[in-house]
Ligand binder design. Structure first.
Ligand SMILES: [Zn+2]
Length: 211
């Protein structure tokens, strides 16, 4: 457990960062992280552990983190497009680096749905929309209609400041995850599959490709 750390602990469907701690000429590989009251970094089995009170440097594994940022921002683009064009709300989601699924409440799947969603997502990526992260007092945050749509029941009562991720012109959500700075940095979105999981329950599987 560190007094401060840049490792993302996981949450909101985004898995934790991996990386290393460097100290005393050795390194401890970090293969997982967990957020309770504190942030716990999970070392690789058998790696040396620093003593309590030791000063360490942390390094986040960049290829994994960057892939997760692109994937997470890509999911917000998908969410924005499916709501705008089909009026469907998100009911769940999960991601791994460059692959993800998102669940929607959508009564019927129109003909050409998969192709239409993919094309609209990639139009938004090419438009290079800015992605802005800011914190707002709770009452101000819940004045934003989009936030009410996605998060009213997800943000605990005692949270006073709500972190907002805004894809300018497309989507705003209360969100704790890590994101790229603009939609062009995501790459391309491929809608791999649309699954029917029951009445009104559609699962979209996507992959993030290079431009
Ligand atoms: Zn998110």
């Amino acid at each position: 457990m560190l007094d401060r750390s840049a490792f993302y602990p996981g949450g909101g469907g985004q898995p934790p960062d991996h990386g290393v701690l460097l100290w005393g000429g050795v390194q401890t590989r970090i293969v997982d992280a967990r957020k309770g009251d504190d942030l716990y970094l999970v070392p690789a089995e058998g790696d040396p552990l620093p003593d309590v009170g030791a000063t360490v440097r942390g390094a986040v594994e960049d290829p994994r983190r960057t892939a997760l940022m692109r994937t997470h921002s890509g999911l917000h683009v998908l969410c924005g497009v499916v709501f705008r064009d089909f009026g469907a709300l998100v009911t769940g989601g999960n991601m791994e680096p460059l692959t993800a699924r998102m669940d929607f409440n959508l009564e019927t799947v129109p003909a050409g749905f998969r192709e239409a969603v993919e094309a609209a997502c990639n139009t938004e990526l090419r438009a290079d929309r800015q992605i802005v992260v800011r914190e707002l007092p709770r009452d101000d945050a819940f004045q934003i209609p989009d936030i009410i749509r996605t998060a009213t029941n997800l943000v605990p009562e005692d949270v006073k400041e709500v972190r907002i991720v805004h894809i300018v012109g497309l989507d705003q959500q209360a969100d704790g995850g890590t994101h790229v700075a603009s939609t062009a940095q995501v790459g391309r979105i491929r809608v791999v599959k649309v699954e029917n999981k029951g009445k009104g329950f559609r699962r979209l599987r996507i992959a993030i490709d290079e431009l």
